[in-house]
Structures are given as C-alpha cells and as structure tokens.
Design a protein around this ligand. Structure first.
Ligand SMILES: Cc1cc2nc3c(=O)[nH]c(=O)nc-3n(C[C@H](O)[C@H](O)[C@H](O)COP(=O)(O)OP(=O)(O)OC[C@H]3O[C@@H](n4cnc5c(N)ncnc54)[C@H](O)[C@@H]3O)c2cc1C
Length: 393
C-alpha cells in the first residue's frame, strides 16, 4: 500500500476492539495507524489461562474470521458453549438456550482476552497497519480536513479520522467534550478459574442471587471461569478468603450445580458501571468499544457490542469512499454514530433493567419475576429472537 502523507485513520487504543478496528480498516484498504500506550502481553499456550475471558458471540467470530484471525484463535484455545442455563436463586425459575435448537454448533465461545488481542496484533503488520507502541495520545484537535494528534513524547501526527477505542475511562472522549450517563453499580466482578467435581458440559451457567449473578463459564481445559458480581464490600470479603473458603463460597453461590468446587486460581476483581457516551461522533472523531459504552457483564456482551461497532464503522467508511466522499465528513460519522448508538443504548439499558429486576427482593416482585422467567422460557419464538439478538444475527 502506498503511504500518503496523512493516514486515513488513527485508531487510539489497541485493546480487542481498537486492534480489530485497525485491522478491519487496513484490510478494507484504508491507510491506518494504531496508537497504544502499553504493549500487550503475548499469549503463550504454556502460560496459565488468562484470568480475563469473554464470551464471544457468533457475530464476533464472523468479524474475526473476515479479518483472518479466527482460525488462529480457535486453533490456540477456545471453548464453545452449546447451552446456557440461567436460574433464579430466589424462586427457582430457569431459562434455557440450546445451540441445536437454534440450528447452530455453538451459542458462542469462551476465549481469553489476551489471546484475541495477541492474534489481532500479530496480523497488523501484514495488513499494513503502522503501529505506535508504547505511545500515548495526550490531546487532539480537529483542523479543517484532519485530526491533529499530540503524543505524550511531544511528537505530532495527523489523520483524516481519529477513532477512539481507548476504553471505559476514555481520556479522548473527555477531550472531545462528550459527556456520559449511567451509574455505578456499587458492585465488583470477582473473576477466577475454578475446578469443579462435575464436568461443565460446555454450558454457560448463570445463577442470579440477590447481591448479583454468578456465572460459571466452560474453559477448554475442563475448568470453569467464574464471573461473580457482588456488592463492593462483599467482593472485598471474598477476595480476602483463603482458597478453601473461597471454593466453598463459590460452590454455595452456584448451588453446587457442578458439585463441589475443589480448586481455584488467584482472584481479581473489576468495578462495574454503566457508562454510555452522549454521542459517538465529533468533528473528525468517533468513539467505539468501551469508550462508547461500558455495560454490566451479566449478558456477556461488552466486547461483542464493540466488535459490532467495528463492522458498522468499516462498512460506513467503505460506502463513503465508494461514493467518492470524505471518510471524515460530518454526515458520514453521524450515520455510523446514529446506527450504533441506538443499538448499543438499547442493549445497555436492557442489561441494566435485568440487573435491577434481578435485584428485587420483596416477595411479590420475586414471584412476579419467577412468573416472567418461566413464561419466557416457554415462549419459543420470543426466546429464539432473544438468542438471535445475543448472537448478533
Ligand atoms: C468481569 C468482566 C467480564 C466480561 N465478560 C465479557 C463477556 O463475556 N463478553 C463480552 O463481550 N464482554 C465482556 N466484558 C467486557 C469486555 O471485557 C470489554 O468490553 C472489552 O475488554 C473492551 O475492550 P476495548 O478494546 O473497548 O477497551 P480496553 O480493553 O479497555 O482497551 C483500551 C486500550 O486503550 C489504551 N489507551 C487508553 N488511553 C490511551 C491513550 N491516550 N493513548 C494510547 N492508548 C490508550 C489502553 O492502554 C488500552 O489498551 C467483560 C468485562 C468484565 C469487567
């Protein structure tokens, strides 16, 4: 690819979403550079499974396949889940999803964050992405037909479009003057990999408790990755337990569905909040990934939404280029922003409603919730639509 003086796009943030975006834009023929503050840790098969895993939906696998990296991810270490079983600790109501009933091999895949990021980064050079790492963007300004970026080392860079994928705290979102709305859940997600007495059966198990849900996600080595959302003080308490006491509490929280929990890795915890950007676009600037929307992990959709942003942005920019237009023009960015913001907002608010409804503890409301869950489980067409929505199809 010949280099123009000004790249088409400067993507800031090389997490899963930013790296996928840089690769997608480069593969679509845009001159792209990627700026990341911290070099990602390499993924090696002999290392312990990364504590951060995500449930990738079929739409995400499709994008990663389009980008030529899914095969390398799948060959390394992924675990398909073919069933989802969700149940309510307070009233016993349960909801089941099954891949075969959806005509699929899997409802999704549990994958290590570091593996996805590593395989994306490995593909960047061959796609012609210019990498600046470690490099931190300190500021930027829109100047006529370009965005002018200022890096922390004092150097400067321009691009026709600045794509901010710089995570939930997004310093660039603040610089662009874009406010957020949402709330702090007052919860932390405690994560660990645990060994259970019984096999996970390639099922994603999730039990809703009054303090928050616990998910047991199937790993390729037979263990489960837990994501246990707890009020801050409770999270601090379980983090401080010794391994045996922690295993006992995880077993209890999961209602011993997979038998006793017999071993655990060290734990980590992540604060949970809902944060939605008021807009996704500004002059020569767009947001995507967690920089645009940070959501509760109860539906396992954060990065899946981010990867849908990537697909939409690539397709919008391609359409603008094919029409002979400027990819950084206001109306182009607005089209991307309108489409993704409405879709992401709907999903984020639905997850928020779920978090609120499952926090109800008053008896009549608990019974009402049980009725709703049981009804939904029987309404096959509605359940199918929900599953298709989660799959991104
Ligand atoms: C416990 C938990 C479980 C989850 N489970 C799931 C799941 O099952 N499924 C799912 O889809 N999602 C899940 N998520 C959400 C998912 O992890 C996030 O949506 C995803 O990691 C966000 O990726 P990102 O690339 O947008 O941001 P990040 O991963 O935060 O990347 C942002 C990058 O930008 C860089 N950066 C920041 N500022 C600058 C700057 N000024 N200059 C240069 N670089 C900069 C940072 O160094 C960082 O690498 C979960 C989240 C949590 C907390």
């Amino acid at each position: 690819m010949s280099r123009r003086a000004i790249p088409d796009a400067a993507v800031v943030g090389g997490g899963m979403v930013g790296a996928a975006c840089a690769l997608a834009l480069a593969r679509a023929g845009f001159d792209t550079c990627l700026i990341e503050a911290r070099a990602p840790a390499p993924w090696r098969s002999e290392d312990e499974v990364d504590l951060r895993v995500v449930a990738l939906a079929p739409s995400s696998a499709t994008l990663l396949r389009d980008l030529g990296v899914w095969e390398a991810i799948a060959a390394a270490r992924v675990s398909p889940y073919r069933h989802v079983h969700v149940w309510d600790a307070e009233n016993g109501a349960a909801l089941d999803f099954d891949a075969a009933q959806q005509g699929r091999d899997a409802l999704g895949w549990i994958v290590e964050n570091r593996l996805v990021q590593d395989r994306l980064w490995q593909a960047l050079d061959a796609a012609g992405v210019r990498r600046l790492c470690p490099a931190e963007v300190r500021d930027f300004a829109a100047r006529e037909e370009r965005a002018a970026l200022e890096l922390a080392d004092g150097s400067a860079l321009s691009a026709r479009l600045l794509v901010a994928a710089d995570g939930a705290q997004s310093p660039l979102r603040g610089r662009a003057g874009i406010a957020t709305r949402g709330r702090d859940y007052g919860q932390r997600a405690v994560v660990a990999h645990v060994t259970t007495e019984r096999p996970h059966e390639h099922t994603a198990w999730q039990r809703f408790l009054p303090g928050g849900p616990i998910a047991l996600l199937p790993l390729a080595d037979g263990r489960c990755s837990i994501v246990w959302s707890l009020p801050d003080a409770e999270a601090a308490r379980v983090l401080a337990l010794d391994d045996a006491a922690f295993c006992a509490e995880v077993g209890l929280a999961g209602d011993f569905r997979l038998g006793r929990v017999v071993a655990t890795t060290p734990r980590a915890a992540f604060p949970l909040h809902l944060k939605l950007a008021e807009r996704y676009d500004a002059e020569r600037f767009v947001l995507l990934g967690d920089a645009a929307h940070a959501v509760h992990p109860l539906a396992g959709q954060g990065v899946n939404l981010g990867l849908r942003d990537v697909t939409e942005l690539r397709d919008t920019l391609l359409a603008a280029r094919d029409a002979g237009g400027d990819i950084g023009a206001v109306h182009v960015l607005r089209r991307y922003a309108r489409r993704r913001r409405s879709a992401d907002t709907l999903d984020a608010l639905s997850f928020d409603v779920l978090a609120r409804v499952f926090a109800w503890q008053a008896e009549p409301l608990v019974a009402l919730r049980g009725l709703g869950v049981r009804l939904l489980d029987r309404l096959t067409p509605l359940k199918r639509r929900l599953a298709e929505h989660a799959a991104g199809v």
